[in-house]
Design a protein around this ligand. Structure first.
Ligand SMILES: [Zn+2]
Length: 175
């Protein structure tokens, strides 16, 4: 399984051809006689909610997969192959914000398929009450700042919060 369209076989290095497999044309290695299935990659983000605001991190001064430097984004990232999405979400949350949480305290809000900058994802989005988080807020390596934002504050600064999906944000306040 691969996340991007491959040109060469990662087993033997041969140039790939195409073949119809399970109803779709797929990259195919004639030497290994195997097709390559392309899949979306899971990502996991957490809205940490404190009353009428959620925690965002400011992207450190370099461009990332998610945002250009200076933009505000949701803490999160990609679960490792041996982690559940929840475990990956709390690990990323701690790396980026210093907050620790129990994976079982996360509530899944949505998991849409999304195309972002040419890649395909399942965007697992979780909610965590700030009361359920432990530790002090401390920006990690990938964050230059952390703060709680209300949706109104985000609407007043759409330039720097454009990576925050407003539909998923509304789910964080849907109670
Ligand atoms: Zn091969």
């Amino acid at each position: 399984m691969v996340a991007v369209e491959p040109e060469f076989c990662h087993q033997c290095g041969a140039e790939l051809t195409e073949r119809l497999v399970h109803g779709r044309k797929r990259p195919y290695c004639p030497a290994c006689e195997r097709p390559f299935f392309r899949n979306a990659v899971p990502s996991a983000g957490v809205f940490v909610r404190d009353g009428d605001a959620v925690l965002l991190m400011q992207q450190a001064d370099r461009d990332s997969e998610w945002a250009t430097g200076g933009e505000w984004t949701l803490p999160g990232g990609h679960p490792e192959y041996d982690e559940s999405p929840r475990e990956g979400a709390v690990r990323e949350l701690e790396e980026e914000t210093g907050l620790r949480a129990d994976p079982d305290d996360l509530t899944l809000l949505s998991a849409p398929h999304s195309t972002h900058r040419g890649y395909h994802y399942y965007m697992l989005t979780y909610l965590l009450g700030y009361d359920d988080a432990r530790g002090e807020l401390e920006p990690g390596e990938e964050a230059s700042d952390l703060r709680f934002w209300t949706p109104e504050e985000m609407d007043a600064d759409t330039e720097n919060t454009r990576e925050i999906d407003r539909r998923r944000l509304s789910l964080a306040f849907d109670d």
